[in-house]
Design a protein around this ligand. Sequence first.
Ligand SMILES: NC(=O)c1ccc[n+]([C@@H]2O[C@H](COP(=O)([O-])OP(=O)(O)OC[C@H]3O[C@@H](n4cnc5c(N)ncnc54)[C@H](OP(=O)(O)O)[C@@H]3O)[C@@H](O)[C@H]2O)c1
Length: 275
Amino acid sequence: MLSDQHIAILGAGNMGRALLGGLLRGNDVAPDQVRVTRRDSAALEMLRSEFPGLTTTTDNAEAAKGADIVILAVKPQVVQEVIDDIRDHLSENTLVVSILAGITTESLRDALGQDIPVVRAMPNTPAIVDEGATAIAGGRYAEDIHVNQAKAIFEAVGTVEVLPEHMMDAVTGLSGSGPAYVYMIIEALTDGGVKMGLPRPQAARLAAQTVYGASRLVLETGRHPAILRDEVTTPGGTAIAAVADLESHGLRTMLINAVATATKRSEELSQLNKT
Ligand SMILES: NC(=O)c1ccc[n+]([C@@H]2O[C@H](COP(=O)([O-])OP(=O)(O)OC[C@H]3O[C@@H](n4cnc5c(N)ncnc54)[C@H](OP(=O)(O)O)[C@@H]3O)[C@@H](O)[C@H]2O)c1
C-alpha cells in the first residue's frame, strides 16, 4: 500500500515523529521514501541520526515537492503558513493527510485552493509506542484508495477506525482525549495501593499493567467488558464489594459525561477554527 509512495511529514513533533518511527520500524516505507520537516535544525539532525537515510529539511516546499502523500502534523495555529509554503507544490493526485485537531477537510481544501484528496485523522498519543487509536475520515475528493493509504499509515502506530467526518468531535472526546482519563485512573489506582501499604513504584507498575492487561483481554477476546467484569466478581468477594462502591459514586456516569463534555468542547473549538 505504501511501498512505492513518497511521504512528506511536515512538523515532526510528538505525533509526526511517532508516525515516522512507526512507518520505518514496521518497514512500511524505507527511509529514502520519507522527507521530514520542522524549523529546529538540531532536532532534525537528531532524527537523521536516529533514522539513517532519512531526508530532513526546514523547507516545507522542498519536502512536499513530488511527494505522493503529505502529512500535516503541525499545530493548528501554524497550518496556514505551512499551507502557504506547499500550495504550489502539490498536484491534484497528492494525498494530504491531516492530524490537526478540529480542522475539517473542507477548510483544508479551501486553504489549499485545490480539489485534491484530503483525509483527516484523529490519532492519540499512545501512537508514540505504536499503541495508538486513530479514527480517519475521507474528505470530498478522497477515494477509497486514499482512505486505505491513510489507514495504512496509522496502522503503523496502532489501530484505525474509518468513520464519517461529522463523528470526529466524538472521537476527540473518546480516544483523542481518553489517555488523560486513563492516566487519572492509573494514578488513582496507584494511590489506592499506596494507601493500603504498597510501595509506590510497585503500585504504579501493578496499576498500569492492570489497565493494559484488561484492555488487551477486551480487544483480544472480543468479549463484552461487562461479561469479563462478571467473571472477576466472585459472589461475596472483594471485586464485587469494590464494584458496588464505584457504582454508588457513579463511575460510569462520570466517564460517559467526560466523553460528552470533551466532545462538546471539541465542537466549540472546531467552530473557532472556522472563524
Ligand atoms: N498530541 C496529541 O494528543 C494529538 C492528538 C491528535 C491530534 N494531534 C494533532 O497533532 C498535531 C501535532 O501535535 P503534536 O502534539 O505532535 O505537536 P508538536 O509536538 O508541537 O509538533 C508540532 C511540530 O511542528 C513543528 N513546526 C512548527 N512550525 C512549523 C513550520 N512552519 N514548518 C514545519 N514544522 C513546524 C514544530 O517543530 P519546530 O518548532 O522545530 O518547527 C513541532 O515539532 C496538532 O495539530 C494536534 O492537533 C495531537
